[in-house]
Design a protein around this ligand. Structure first.
Ligand SMILES: C[S@@+](CC[C@H](N)C(=O)[O-])C[C@H]1O[C@@H](n2cnc3c(N)ncnc32)[C@H](O)[C@@H]1O
Length: 566
């Protein structure tokens, strides 16, 4: 692991020799002498004046420690990116779609449409200002021009294969050494997990898609050009440095979802030091108008001495899935409170129902992993002696995952979702992650599908939907008590609760206006809660869309409260 420039240790933050001079303001960074203290000030002053500092330990590496209490909702710090570029992880399906960010300004553009007249890479318009701006596309263009271009421009496959957004991101990182040496120096200090990546599938993929591709098409021609012209454009551009950049990106990149619906990747020097926890205390937002700068915000009250923690993986995955994802992409094992608890904070998100053995039926037992951190662990029942081995559980879940995925991919009907819930319910705890996703889908189908429109649903069906919403909310609260990561899910749940209250209120209007008003008030409160949790997601397309929907629903509720209940 590379070392930090300003972590707290007994060594000089600049040259790493043993040091005794301490920064008098924060008392946390040491120097060998005044010269290095002065040299380091520009970099250090941000953290010196802030409510956190960089620490370093053997397990976490660099991480951020809070130096004074921070209230929920407060911005802990803001930072400009070292690099912003096209998406790093491009799925196989996405690789075939002929759309990529404009090589100048990142507006989505069609491959085969407009292109930069010099390098021929796709751009949004012949008048794109960034294409002409030497600070955004200048040096990229100089390198991209050296490439041979796609085999043919009449075949979309040949074009999508040639114009690779992930390789462009790596090139953008590489070119920092020319464009902005200070940023390049910082980038090179970031963790890359180079040794851990050796021989891994991710590394082999990056080798083919990025390293070999960039070397063959652009960097070997650059070498030839440099040899002929005797002029050096870049100091380092061999395969080794490209591999290192791939590791730095994979370990650190953040997904920036633009309002255009396109995702970019960003690398930030300090924000990327935030550690992972499946129980995060902070979240972040990007500001598109400010070059995609990041704001890190406290998701709950954070006490002095706590670490700033975000979530690198999916909160709605089971422990085994999260652990595997973190191991493959970030090379560590999470030991947070949720990962080490077989019940996953009392949510029973991975729990199975125990069926007992052939001779003795089990009476309502629940099966949980004995050691949740071990993939091969036995699963034991909390009521009977039944033990199932990890492999069998894995096999069962793989089958179920396939079934759930297939159903969800083809716009399922209420009946189809209900029947899969019933089928899987024989084996799975009602809170299991498969049950959660099916039920979350079902609450949105109830009220919308023909035959299940709110006005068509019976009172007991409405009650069933409401109960399902409450149960789902209860699970979300256990997994994410301050609703830091599950805002969209929770907002949907509240929105669906509101639809039930509205329908119940409408049915009461003729008989009991006071009770109807109470139900409309419940609907209004549910929408207010939805609005509140969505605040964290207002920098994204999905959050904004849902927010608009909620604002319209709120107008309707207020209309009913003001005009129908008197
Ligand atoms: C985005 S970087 C964070 C900064 C990094 N610690 C450094 O020193 O540059 C992600 C890496 O930090 C380490 N890390 C983050 N969270 C961790 C955790 N909860 N437990 C162990 N290692 C963690 C892992 O090595 C991971 O690949």
């Amino acid at each position: 692991m590379s070392s930090a420039g300003s972590d707290k240790s007994d060594r000089c933050a600049v040259c790493q020799v043993p040091a005794t001079l301490t920064c008098s303001a924060c008392k946390s960074v040491k120097y060998c002498g005044k010269d290095h203290q002065r040299e380091h000030w520009q970099e250090h002053k941000v953290e010196c004046e802030s409510s956190y500092r960089i620490e370093n330990d053997a397990i976490l590496g660099r991480h951020l420690l809070v130096t004074r209490d921070i209230q929920a909702g407060n911005v802990i710090f803001e930072e400009k990116p070292l690099v912003v570029g096209p998406k790093w992880f491009v799925s196989e399906r996405e690789q075939e779609v002929p759309v990529m960010p404009c090589v100048g300004c990142y507006t989505p553009c069609r491959i085969g449409g407009f292109s930069c007249t010099k390098c021929q890479w796709p751009c949004c318009s012949p008048h794109c200002e960034d294409i002409e701006n030497p600070n955004s596309h200048g040096i990229d263009c100089e390198i991209l021009r050296l490439g041979p271009g796609p085999k043919t421009t009449s075949d979309i496959k040949a074009m999508t294969d040639y114009y690779r957004p992930d390789a462009l991101l790596v090139l953008k990182c590489l070119l920092l050494q020319k464009q902005n040496p200070k940023k390049w120096k910082k980038l090179m200090k970031m963790q890359s997990h180079e040794e851990d990546r050796e021989g891994s599938e991710l590394q082999e993929d990056a080798e083919k898609r990025v390293v070999t591709y960039l070397m063959k098409n652009f960097l070997e021609p650059l070498k030839k050009r440099e040899e002929t012209s005797k002029e050096k454009l870049l100091e380092q551009y061999d395969a080794k440095i490209l591999r290192r950049i791939c590791g730095i990106i994979e370990t650190n990149y953040m997904v920036i979802s633009l309002s255009t619906g396109l995702d970019l990747s960003g690398v930030f020097f300090t924000a990327c030091m935030m550690e992972h926890s499946c129980m995060p205390n902070s979240y972040f937002q990007f500001n598109e108008c400010d070059g995609c700068s990041i704001s890190v915000i406290a998701g709950r009250d954070i006490k002095e001495g706590e670490h700033i923690k975000i979530m690198y993986t999916n909160m709605l995955w089971a422990t085994q899935m999260r652990l595997e994802h973190l191991q493959i992409t970030k090379h560590f094992k999470c030991h947070c409170e949720r990962c080490t608890d077989p019940t996953e904070l009392g949510s029973y998100f991975s729990a199975l129902k125990c069926a007992g053995d052939v001779n003795t039926k089990c009476d309502g037992g629940i099966q949980l992993p004995k050691d949740p951190l071990d993939k091969k662990t036995d699963w034991i029942c909390n009521k009977c002696p039944m033990v199932v081995n990890g492999e069998q559980v894995g096999y069962l879940l793989t089958q179920m995952t396939e079934e759930v995925k297939t159903l969800m991919a083809r716009r399922p009907t209420v009946k189809q979702v209900e029947s899969l819930i019933e089928k899987l319910g024989t084996f799975l705890h009602p809170n299991h992650y498969h049950m959660f996703s099916l039920k979350h889908c079902l609450i949105q189908l109830y009220g919308n599908e023909m035959g299940y429109k709110s006005e068509q649903m019976s009172s007991s069906q409405l009650q069933k939907k409401l109960k399902m919403c409450e149960d789902l909310y209860d699970i979300c609260q256990k997994l994410d008590p301050a609703t830091i990561r599950l805002s969209i899910y929770v907002a949907i749940i509240f929105h669906e609760m509101h639809t039930v209250y509205m329908e119940q209120g409408r049915r009461m209007l003729d008989d009991d206006k006071i009770q109807a008003l109470e139900l409309f008030t419940n609907a209004k409160e549910s929408l207010e809660k939805a609005e509140e949790v969505l605040e964290k997601e207002l920098d994204g397309v999905a959050g904004n869309k849902l927010n608009d929907h909620i604002l319209r629903a709120m107008k309707n509720v207020k209309f009913y409260m003001e005009n129908m209940c008197s």
